[in-house]
Design a protein around this ligand. Structure first.
Ligand code: B12
Ligand code: SF4
Ligand code: SF4
Length: 308
């Protein structure tokens, strides 16, 4: 049996998925030498990417008999300004963390689509959002959902880069070929490289992980290097996306209900963050990605922002 492309699209649309595509699971969409080179540059906290490299390069180790990788994109952008309007004394939380954790909102949609694929087509599936051994950006590009920009992110022509990606491995083929690749829209643009406050994008497409504030404020275990400017960022960073022309033209989009910013999450006051005890921290960030970072590390960054 094959998956009918039109039915797959219909199921995805019914679940609120913004874009869907698929690719032949046997055609690994990365240059293996480049990938290994990049993995060798990753800091220890991102070591998990390299540890499961065999699975990343061979999806049949994840789902035996896999024929197709289905990739989904869900936009989380809405009509709110970014760090440029942040008041004095506040710290910036990245857009992806203004609402309930995407592992709690996006993953259930991807799992629901996987279940529909199983029921309708008698397939076996395995699905992930973020945490699986899947090169999600590269597969999304291979599925024709968008191109990888100089900021290192998957950019869709319609929804820009503020999208979460989800992947479904399926042991069946689709009855239509993959969508054509989306040509790079970066051309001579260097807006993201210029906007990066730390120089982490000095080499386009190859983010300097140690200099990236997303890493330093979300995943790093140690204090950020003393000479690295934090530029107001408390948790995550959106600068290389906010300036991107593919996102700038999205202005005035209505938020989807599940991604509406929760009160107090966008520009929290640093003094308030620093005065929080464990219970107050939990009450404020409950169910959001910030809770995974833990109070001590968030306060460690807040302290740096208050006393640079
Ligand atoms: C590890 C990780 C991180 C790390 C490293 C990021 C990175 N660039 O890989 C850190 C902590 C820094 C991070 C930050 C963020 N992340 Co992150 N992250 C991941 C994760 C778990 C794995 C990524 C991975 O495998 N990297 C492997 C390395 C080797 O990839 P790479 O650095 O891009 O290297 C490639 C390029 O250099 C490329 N390359 C080299 N030369 C050239 C030349 C050309 C022309 C091209 C096209 C490519 C190219 O080839 C290399 C090999 O493929 C994915 C989820 C997943 N399972 O995929 C989410 C994911 C990539 N993250 C995501 C998000 C939202 C973010 C943040 C925006 C969060 C935030 N606001 O703070 C930031 C963005 C920072 C940035 N500009 O990239 C989303 C991205 C959605 C999208 N539109 O692309 C993902 C897909 C999660 C999800 N399921 O939605 N992340
Ligand atoms: S997320 Fe911020 S620090 Fe990281 S590359 Fe983009 S602009 Fe630079
Ligand atoms: S800001 Fe410009 S160079 Fe950077 S990803 Fe967007 S289009 Fe490409």
């Amino acid at each position: 049996m094959e998956i009918q492309a039109h039915k797959l699209r219909e199921l995805a649309q019914g679940l609120g998925i913004d874009a869907i595509g698929w690719a032949d699971a046997a055609q690994i969409p990365v240059n293996i030498t480049a990938l290994q080179h990049r993995i060798a540059q990753m800091p220890p906290e991102l070591g998990y990417v390299g540890r499961r490299i065999q699975e990343r390069l061979n999806p049949s180790l994840v789902l035996p008999g896999v024929k197709t990788i289905v990739m989904a994109a869900i936009s989380y952008f809405g009509n709110e300004s970014g760090i440029e309007d942040m008041p004095d004394g506040a710290g910036f939380i990245s857009r992806f963390a203004w609402s309930k954790d995407y592992h709690l909102t996006v993953l259930p949609k991807i799992q629901a689509l996987a279940r529909e694929i199983e029921v309708h087509f008698g397939a076996k599936t395995k699905s992930y959002v973020d945490t699986g051994p899947i090169l999600e950006k590269a597969w999304a590009a291979a599925c024709g959902l968008g191109f990888i920009g100089k900021n290192g992110l998957l950019i869709t022509p319609e929804f820009g880069s503020f999208v979460f990606l989800g992947s479904i491995l399926v042991d069946l083929e689709v009855d239509h070929p993959a969508l054509p690749a989306v040509p790079s829209g970066c051309t001579n643009c260097v807006a993201c490289q210029k906007a990066c406050p730390t120089g982490a994008l000095a080499t386009p497409w190859c983010i300097d992980y140690e200099r990236c504030l997303a890493h330093q404020t979300v995943t790093a275990k140690q204090k950020p290097p003393a000479d690295l400017p934090l530029a107001g960022h408390l948790y995550g960073c959106d600068r290389c996306q906010d300036v991107c022309p593919f996102n700038r033209r999205l202005k005035n989009r209505e938020y989807r209900q599940e991604f509406k910013p929760l009160p107090g999450l966008k520009y929290p006051e640093l003094r308030t963050i620093l005065s929080m005890d464990e219970q107050q921290f939990k009450d404020t960030f409950k169910d959001t990605p910030v809770i995974r970072r833990g109070r001590e590390k968030v306060q460690m960054i807040a302290r740096r922002l208050v006393e640079p």
